[in-house]
Design a protein around this ligand. Structure first.
Ligand code: HEM
Length: 512
């Protein structure tokens, strides 16, 4: 997910609504709602989940203002239990914080919770749910998912794209060597190099060609790859957490919020023009008979019922999803290994035992259980999707023994599931050894809750695992990694996908 997923929670904006009329209107609706809830509670044989106390009208909005809701949710679970309800303005949300109840929602009760409720920003940025990860279960979803698996993310497609991954690993290593020969004592910024390589891989898998720059007619200018990454990946990631106070007070949706709308719409237009230019270039190639095995060509030849806009959005989705969460996971894994020389050494010795003087390849992955443990432990501790994109209950259901009425939003807190003390010993510790206890098949992809589960389980899990594992193995085989000064406690995070706030700064030495 990939990425643009978790709708933002409010900052001060939510309370800046202001005005006595608004407050009065809000208050009366609050009373009506409280009355309806009370009636519902009395008519069901199950109780409603415990409520986290909040303020009238705004509910728990103020308590969520630090933009890391997964941590606040996990803290509340210590007091209110693994399932409880909160209010975000006029909306009622049930938060799930344990593996059992999260699985119940994602697998057993999926049919009652299979729609999404998007924030205003996400509605614009996903062109009203025109991407797989944000769509409701239905024909568009089923067809788009089939195409992305067949052409790009499924096992067979991943075999076909193997060459792109080998190239990514080779280029990353070459660039690190080049930066060392320029200045051997300077810390390297792995993120910068790896992001470019991931984006190139995404362009090849999705559009069929690595594009260095593109002329965009609407702007009358050429966009460099760096600018493409900004418009396609970084800006929408920022936009996805923009808060429009009307999300929390839908009955006030008629009040304009022009500056918010302008900002998101500009972002959307820039992305649209750039994506159109990229697609136009490849469409010409496709129409001239030069077909390439990639997602776009698959959509152009097979998804004939999709509109231009839907194709554009699906192509954009695959680009952003490839470029973000895999980077986040790989960087955190390298940070943890760099901080812990013993574990780094253990991995290095494993690789040497299996590969000797040869370079590590994907064929070796099944012989390297410690590498796999490192990948899964990193996903557990630094879950790149800490909260599943909000689901929406469209018919009354029941979760964890509680009554969940239709109209409730559901937040599944993956972070809390991966930190659950009942399941994980010393969850705060990054300890890959926990996966070597013989209980886990080391090639199993779903050892933690990180990829979700059930029908909406992550479609890109295999690709993320292949890219991340082979990159970590190659980086450790070729270089010895040590933390640059001041880097040890740099563990703060940024944005939706738990990205490390400060890029890892490492001092590296070639192994031979
Ligand atoms: C470590 C990396 C990744 C993590 C942790 C991750 C996690 C997730 C999670 C938690 C979901 C949501 C499941 C739900 O709604 O219940 C998801 C959905 C999805 N992810 Fe990923 N993801 C990763 C990488 C990728 C990559 C690389 C791609 C594609 C290039 C991708 C494509 C998707 C898609 C298409 C969905 C929607 C699936 C559906 O709704 O059926 N993900 N991912």
């Amino acid at each position: 997910m990939e990425a643009i997923i978790v709708p933002a929670f409010p900052v001060g904006t939510a309370v800046a609504v202001g005005g006595p009329a608004v407050a009065l209107c809000g208050l009366s609706l609050w009373f009506i709602r409280a009355y309806v809830d009370d009636r519902r509670r009395k008519s069901s044989k199950h109780p409603l989940p415990p409520e986290v106390p909040g303020l009238p009208v705004i509910g728990n909005l103020l308590q969520l203002k630090e933009k890391k809701p997964h941590k606040t949710f996990a803290k509340w679970a210590e007091t209110y239990g693994p399932i409880y309800s909160i209010k975000t303005g006029a909306n009622k949300m049930v938060v799930l914080n344990s593996n059992d109840v999260a699985k119940e929602a994602m697998v057993t009760k999926y049919s009652s919770i299979s729609t999404r409720k998007l924030s205003k920003a996400l509605n614009i940025l996903t062109a009203d749910k025109s991407i797989i990860a944000m769509s409701d279960y239905g024909e568009f979803y089923k067809m788009a998912k089939r195409h992305v698996l067949n052409s790009t993310l499924g096992t067979h497609a991943q075999k076909q794209h193997r060459g792109h991954r080998d190239m990514l690993v080779e280029n990353t290593s070459n660039q690190l060597h080049a930066s060392l020969s320029e200045n051997p004592l300077q810390a390297v910024n792995l993120r910068k190099i790896f992001l470019f390589e991931l984006f190139s891989l995404a362009l090849k898998e999705v559009l069929g060609e690595d594009v260095e720059s593109i002329y965009v007619e609407e702007f009358g200018t050429t966009f460099s790859k760096e600018e493409l990454i900004k418009v396609i990946v970084h800006d929408p990631m920022e936009g996805a957490i923009e808060v429009d106070w009307r999300d929390f007070f839908p009955y006030l949706g008629w009040i304009p919020n022009k500056s918010f709308e302008r900002k998101i719409q500009q972002m959307d237009h820039r992305r649209e023009f750039v994506m159109k230019a990229l697609i136009k270039q490849q469409r010409k190639r496709f129409e001239s008979g030069k077909e390439i095995s990639c997602y776009l060509d698959c959509l152009l030849s097979e998804a004939t019922t999709f509109t231009e806009r839907q194709i554009l959005m699906l192509i954009w989705e695959a680009l952003i999803e490839t470029s973000d969460t895999t980077l986040v996971t790989t960087e955190w894994a390298m940070y943890e290994l760099t901080k812990d020389p013993e574990k780094q050494d253990r991995l290095y010795r494993d690789i040497q035992n299996v590969c000797g003087a040869n370079k590590v390849t994907e064929e070796n992955l099944c012989q390297l259980p410690y590498l796999s443990a490192i990948f899964h432990e990193t996903l557990r501790k630094h879950s790149p999707v800490p909260v599943v994109p909000l689901r929406y209950v469209h018919e009354d259901t029941e979760l964890g023994g509680y009554n969940i009425p239709a109209g409730t939003e559901i937040a599944i807190n993956i972070y809390a599931c991966n930190m659950e003390k009942k399941v994980w010993e010393n969850p705060e510790q990054w300890n890959p050894e926990r996966f070597l206890d013989g209980k886990h098949d080391h090639m199993e992809l779903h050892k933690t809750a990180a990829f979700g589960s059930g029908k909406r389980v992550c479609a890109g899990a295999l690709q993320a695992m292949l890219i991340s594992c082979i990159t970590i193995a190659s980086l450790v085989q070729e270089f010895e990694w040590g933390l640059a000064d001041g880097e040890k406690d740099n563990v703060d995070t940024l944005r939706l996908t738990n990205q490390k706030l400060h890029p890892l700064q490492a001092i590296i030495k070639p192994r031979n």
